[in-house]
Design a protein around this ligand. Sequence first.
Ligand code: FES
Length: 240
Amino acid sequence: MTKTKKMAAQKSATPPQGAQEVAAGEWVGKSQAMFERMLQEVPDAMRGIFREKLMQVLKQKAKGGPAAESHVLEIVQEIVPEPFKSNILKAFSTMGDIDMSVVEEIINNNPGGQETVISILHAIQAKCGYLPQEALILVSQKKGVFLSALYRLATSYKAFRVKPPKKYAVTMCNGTGCHVTEGGQILRELEKKVSENGSQITLEKVRCLGCCDMSPAVMINGELYGGAQAQARIAEILHE
Ligand code: FES
């Protein structure tokens, strides 16, 4: 091989600047959720092809390092046409401050297929307090479940919330045992408070909290209160 040919061969073996891969598993902040949100604008049938192409662009922008939110933002601003661009940017602006690495860890801790989705959603809600849209998008992508199916699941099961809870997530028992021991009165007062403007209470009624011996029973932000303790805590919230 001549010296010139050898140099040309060496040059072609060197990856072009910026073509190195995004470091495995490294997504900074909400970058992965943003990337997946961007792909939601692409019709299902085309999404696979677009994912591949846009991932290549992302890798070039990341230059072998982790994918940052700014890289995804640049792709949207430089490549995506209107009206999809505006839709995506609007969706980005309303993304909550969710630590997506937590969501990813939950997904990784639940290996398997679609049968793992319910446990994953429960775990996400336990961590985040609700099911953020970006988390659902990630679950949809990782588990191969349509986002629409996840939304249906999240909105038809009472156990799930798709909106962040207010300051106080109150689950009040409306079972007979609690109802007759001041529970009914407490519930009416809570409902009145909830109907007021700017109320900081999210109220849910259940038929039994499984602790009838300590009626009236109520759960406030995951903590169980019963009897006089429940009445005192509810009174504090009502007068706040
Ligand atoms: S009836 Fe209220 S906890 Fe069972």
